[in-house]
Design a protein around this ligand. Structure first.
Ligand SMILES: [Zn+2]
Length: 448
């Protein structure tokens, strides 16, 4: 494996000159990615959209939100049978206080969560894959009217279900959490509850892959139809940044290197490695313009989170009442979705989540030596706390480049490169025995 990895690094390095990209897929992850199925996703979505309304404040146990929660929990429980008793599913209920805005009075609501514990009991890392179960129509306070929410966000929940189905039988060191949030449309209530709890209990959430509106491939108004592009939104300046963090960011110019941005790059790299005919477009904002999503409360609490979404939204179907007006059909119905597209978005999520789960974890105390004036760059780091990596990649890119451009493989915990830190950005990621990379960590200055 050592030689293979080394050869891989050399090939990557050499191939730059020829403009070629070498695609090496880990067979285990490739095999998982291939299991993502458009028909399963369609079935889940149609079932979710068949409930009359999944409004957060809807309490209909037969054909409303409660029934939908029970459905998601039942699917999680069904998939858990493949986990040798490891995966558990529950509806985590809590009271969301009335806020005089989108929550009229105190209400008991619930997130539906499946938890697949890691195989290493000493490894605290948690990877979250999420979507929101609640839906809405034009009037966000209408808990009784029809709100099928097929794409917003039946698509995200269907994706979460499909990943739970496929990953239930895997044995990765890190814990995977599959979450169908409530209360997104009422002000990110379910995600806020879980993110606050995770912070209070010091959970080691390494990544939140939030999926909201991921199953349509053609736009209203501009009539663009393209099922080969998706978006991943990542924050630029961390919402949780304090004064010290801001000072460090300004001094090392890491404005384009937030942990969330590293995760977005990772998703693009891994997603495009394993999923054909899909481009992952990095959007340098934490959500669509002036809008938000369930990743936001996690960012606020200092966790690394991104939002994934389709490239071309159709606003005839989003937050609209189901109706025909002037011959035009409105409403968020499954017939307007593209399940082959949703399959690819789910596959990108799976490639990233499985790789994170299988990885050896992030290197610690990553430093770049600034003790002398040199035209080389020396990076040093320590092994991940819990994993046992085979080696490391030192990543490098031009300061004007969006993605990491070169990977240098080493089995040491220090590397000197004949490239000036004045002209490039660097980071370090661990490489597991399977060849799977961790999230990259950017260096801080080693000045004494
Ligand atoms: Zn949504």
């Amino acid at each position: 494996m050592r030689h293979i990895l080394f050869a891989f690094a050399l090939v990557l390095f050499a191939s730059q000159a020829f403009g070629q990209q070498v695609v090496i897929r880990n067979p285990e992850i490739q095999q998982l990615v291939q299991q993502v199925n458009a028909d399963s996703l369609k079935k889940y979505t149609e079932k979710l959209a068949s409930f009359h309304s999944r409004h957060t404040l809807n309490t209909d146990a037969k054909n409303g939100m409660i029934a939908a929660q029970n459905y998601v929990k039942a699917k999680f429980t069904e998939f858990a049978t493949k986990s040798k008793g490891r995966m558990t599913a529950n509806i985590e209920e809590f009271v969301v206080p009335g806020d005089g805005r989108r929550i009229v009075a105190d209400a008991k609501v619930g997130n539906v969560i499946a938890r697949l514990p890691g195989t290493n009991p000493n490894d605290p890392r948690i990877i979250v894959v999420s979507g929101h179960l609640d839906s809405r129509n034009k009037d966000v306070m209408d808990a009784a009217g029809a709100a099928p929410g097929a794409n917003d966000d039946g698509s995200g929940v269907a994706l979460v279900l499909e990943l739970a189905r496929i990953l239930a039988s895997t044995e990765f060191p890190a814990t995977l959490l599959f979450v169908a949030f409530t209360g997104e449309e009422q002000g990110l209530k379910g995600a806020t509850y879980l993110a606050d709890k995770a912070k209070a209990e010091s959970w080691k959430i390494e990544a939140v892959l939030n999926n909201d509106i991921v199953g349509n491939s053609s736009s209203s108004e501009t009539n663009i139809s393209n099922n080969t592009v998706m978006r991943v939104f990542s924050e630029t300046i961390p919402l949780a940044e304090d004064e010290r963090g801001a000072a460090l960011r300004r001094s090392i110019n890491s404005d384009n290197d937030s942990p969330s941005r590293q995760l977005a790059r990772y998703i693009k790299e891994l997603g495009e490695r394993y999923v054909d005919q899909m481009e992952v477009k990095l959007i340098y904002r934490n959500d669509r313009f002036l809008r938000g999503g369930d990743q936001t409360p996690f960012m606020r609490n200092g966790f690394t989170a991104v939002r994934m979404s389709e490239m071309n939204e159709n606003f005839l179907y989003q937050h609209e009442n189901v109706r025909v007006e002037n011959g035009i059909q409105y409403g968020d119905l499954p017939e307007f979705m593209d399940f082959e597209y949703l399959r690819k978005v789910a596959a990108v999520n799976l490639a990233a989540a499985a790789s994170l789960g299988q990885s050896a974890g992030m290197p610690q105390e990553v430093k770049i030596d600034v003790r002398g004036l040199t035209n080389s760059s020396t990076l040093s780091w320590k092994a991940p706390i819990h994993g046992n990596p085979k080696g490391y990649y030192v990543l490098m890119r031009e300061t004007s480049s969006s993605m990491w451009e070169k990977k240098f493989y080493t089995e040491a915990t220090q590397l000197k490169l004949p490239y000036s830190k004045d002209n490039y950005f660097f980071a370090v990621q661990s490489v597991s025995e399977h060849g799977t990379e961790s999230l990259p960590v950017i260096p801080t200055p080693l000045s004494r």
